[in-house]
Design a protein around this ligand. Structure first.
Ligand SMILES: Nc1ncnc2c1ncn2[C@@H]1O[C@H](COP(=O)(O)OP(=O)(O)OP(=O)(O)O)[C@@H](O)[C@H]1O
Ligand SMILES: O=P(O)(O)OC[C@H]1O[C@](O)(CO)[C@@H](O)[C@@H]1O
Length: 319
């Protein structure tokens, strides 16, 4: 029987994390549990930076971006002696279980705690949509909307100036943000780690788009693939198409969560508490065909992401 549960957010913040925290706290109270808020992810867990939650802590937070309990990248948590310190802090407070909201790195941290005897459950909180077991992660749709709105604006100036613009989007090594944004905006060129174009191919596709009569050419690329400023100069030199580059950067991570992300986070939060009460541990929550499921967290981390061929095919048809 669990009594006290701790909640933390970890890794890159994502819109909807607050909706998840609110749902977990409110569900915990309704089920007679005592929820605790951990500040700054595994860093705060290790330092005992947590407090007993009150209902007022989560009032009106569901519509806010970022994470009100803060996040951290804390690589030291990979060391067993650091995790032992965190476990001591949990035990001192009599906390039985931990809900981790974060990406795959945060999931590995949770699974290591499970191996060391702590009950854990993970919620997928990352804009990247790079967790293979779930159709969507919390924050993906908000980030996608932000990207699409930005590219609509970039399209207007690009069209006005008869230019090409390279737009670099986040996603770590998962192309979901880039592919979906390309479908939504009609970008003429798309390159992601799943289907990476050479610089020469990007130049060729841009020339083709210009020959087809486009004044504005939008080239969406995933982060970590190119030096986009150098690539813009190369395109301009080789094609005579005036070219600019924009790295969309951190605005993609912020902003108020869309209704979709709030609902996803809320449902996952309530479900996670129910599953902990039923005795599940070492699992991650997923949404698959609009149904909530759980899966062993280590299995989730080692799963291959679904093949994107169909999405690319549809993008090629639509653009
Ligand atoms: N192998 C590991 N063992 C223990 N803890 C880990 C491990 N990998 C990551 N963590 C913990 O999880 C935290 C978050 O991981 P990471 O920085 O990879 O982000 P993430 O959860 O994958 O989210 P994002 O989608 O933003 O990358 C790390 O800072 C660290 O505290
Ligand atoms: O905030 P940081 O540590 O610079 O991390 C940036 C990374 O985090 C994410 O925003 C989320 O994982 C990635 O898209 C990006 O590569």
């Amino acid at each position: 029987m669990i009594k006290k549960i701790a909640i933390l957010t970890s890794g890159g913040d994502s819109p909807g994390m607050n909706s998840a925290v609110r749902a977990i706290v409110n569900t915990a109270f309704k089920k007679g549990l005592e929820p605790y808020l951990v500040y700054e992810g595994y860093l705060g867990l290790t330092n005992g930076n947590f407090k007993k939650a009150e209902k007022s802590d989560v009032k009106l937070i569901g519509s806010l971006g970022g994470t009100v309990i803060y996040s951290a990248r804390f690589p030291e948590f990979k060391k067993v002696e650091v995790r032992k310190k965190a476990i001591e802090k949990l035990k001192e407070e009599g906390i039985d279980a931990l809900v981790t909201i974060g990406g795959d790195g945060s999931y590995i941290g949770a699974s290591k705690l499970t191996e060391m005897g702590i009950k854990t459950i993970g919620l997928p909180g990352t804009i990247d949509n790079d967790i293979a077991s779930t159709d969507y992660t919390i924050g993906f749709h908000t980030a996608l909307d932000t990207i699409v709105r930005s590219i609509d604006q970039i399209r207007e100036t690009t069209e006005s100036h008869n230019r090409a613009t390279i737009v670099e989007v986040m996603g770590r090594f998962c192309g979901d943000l880039a592919i979906h944004a390309a479908i939504a905006t009609g970008a003429q060129v798309l390159s992601t780690s799943e289907r990476k174009l050479t610089e020469e191919e990007i130049i060729k596709e841009s020339q083709k788009a210009r020959k087809e009569g486009n004044r504005s050419i939008i080239i969406i690329v995933s982060e970590y693939l190119y030096d986009v400023n150098a690539l813009a100069k190369k395109i301009e030199a080789e094609t005579n198409i005036e070219t600019r580059a924009t790295i969309l950067g951190y605005p993609q991570r912020g902003g108020r969560p869309t209704a979709e992300d709030r609902i996803l986070a809320g449902r996952m939060g309530a479900f996670a508490v129910e599953k902990l009460i039923e005795g599940e541990t070492g699992v991650a929550v997923n949404i698959v065909n609009n149904k909530l499921t759980t899966k062993d967290i280590m299995e989730v981390v080692s799963m291959n992401r679904p093949n994107k061929d169909e999405l690319f095919k549809q993008y090629d048809l639509i653009k």
